[in-house]
Design a protein around this ligand. Structure first.
Ligand code: PMP
Length: 359
């Protein structure tokens, strides 16, 4: 595509992000299992908070997000001074790339990793480096081997998306130990709530090291994907840098109020995460009984491995015709796989029944 006024070099290398269908597409009777949303959200407590916050919308919102950061600090036992909030973790990823990478530098991401790392790196003028994974798992040795003097950021999703697999605490330490000077390791914990109890998203490692950043989101376990709130926990220097580059009003009052309410609604998060974990096990077993393997998942989806790309595409089309949207992940280097978000019990049963009929 040519443009009358050309953007800076690299921008037209960005393939626009193609998301799953949105509820706003207006398709009735669709069960959407393609974007890893919480099927039981949004929490009623967050909706009530939105209504209250709406009464003062004539005013600009907080610029320091202090109330939300304080609440995050309480719930996660972290220093609120080391937290920055953004419009989804997408914004945090973009800000990290803007502030720490640029022309002549490299941003590492894993082959089956989230596409925004590459998009944000290109938008910042940096060179994204796609590092292979092994058996749908982040390959620590490959990442360490790809790091060099030009490396500024290393993005690792843990649990992985779309794989659902986890790095061990020891592997995370090895990655942090191997970072070149001037590089940050970013642990994207978008799905951390769905991992085994006790996984802190990498927070303890961030507390120990000034070159590790943790990103988190309200879009998954908190049931607020439409709200756009994410946050990062990092060393004070990194927080200072991100606060300099972000817009002062990057989060509106509605976002701040609803996220804070959801954070305090521990019952919603605990209940929906535990139901997701139960149904995740159920769906993986149902697929295995049909001869379709999946890796043990630590997230709110399973990655079903069909025979090959043709079968994965046919299966996705069959499910779509039945009103069930799941995600093809060929673009993430996994052409034979389908990523299926864990919906409610009825949705999981419909998926299993329809795949059985397809097979
Ligand atoms: N990281 C990962 C791994 C994701 O899967 C997503 C959402 N698909 C995000 C970050 C962005 O989430 P959000 O911007 O909604 O916080």
């Amino acid at each position: 595509m040519t443009h009358a006024i050309a953007p800076r070099s690299g921008i037209l290398d960005i393939a626009p992000y193609i998301g799953g269908a949105s509820h706003a597409d207006g398709v009735a009777e669709i069960v959407k299992l393609s974007s890893n949303e919480n099927p039981w959200g949004p929490p009623a407590s967050a909706v009530a908070a939105l209504e209250r916050a709406a009464r003062t919308l004539n005013r600009y919102p907080s610029t320091d997000h202090l109330a939300l950061r304080t609440a995050l600090g309480e719930v996660h036992d972290l220093d609120p001074g080391r937290i920055v909030c953004g419009a989804g973790s997408d914004e945090i990823i973009a800000l990290l790339c803007q502030a720490y990478s640029g022309p002549g530098t490299e941003v590492l991401h894993t082959r089956h990793g989230f596409s925004m790392y590459k998009i944000s790196a290109l938008a910042a003028g940096a060179t994204p480096v796609d590092v292979p994974e092994t058996d749908r798992r982040v390959d620590v040795d490959a990442l360490l081997g790809a790091m060099g003097k030009a490396t500024r950021l290393v993005f690792v999703t843990n649990p992985g998306n779309p794989t659902g697999t986890m790095l061990t605490p020891d592997e995370l330490v090895r990655l942090a130990d191997g970072l070149p000077a001037d590089a940050l390791l970013v642990l994207d914990g978008a799905y951390a709530e769905y991992a085994d109890d006790g996984y802190d998203g990498g927070a303890a490692l961030v507390t120990e090291r000034e070159n590790v950043v943790m990103t988190r989101t309200f879009s998954k376990a908190y049931g607020l994907g439409g709200l756009r709130v994410g946050w990062a926990y990092a060393a004070p220097d990194v927080i200072d840098v991100l606060n300099r580059v972000r817009g002062p009003f990057n989060l509106g009052d509605l976002q701040l109020a609803a996220a804070e309410a959801a954070l305090h609604d521990r019952d919603f998060v605990t209940r929906t995460v535990s139901e997701t974990k139960r149904l995740r096990g159920w769906l993986a077993e149902a697929l295995a009984a049909l001869g379709i393997p999946s890796d043990p998942s630590s997230a709110n989806y399973v990655l079903a491995r069909l025979a090959d790309q043709a079968e994965a595409e046919a299966c996705e089309a069959h499910l779509r015709a039945e009103g069930l949207l799941v995600r093809k992940v060929a673009g993430y280097g996994l052409p034979e796989c389908l990523r299926i978000t864990i919906g409610d019990e009825a949705a999981c049963r419909r998926v299993a029944d329809n795949i059985a009929r397809f097979r």
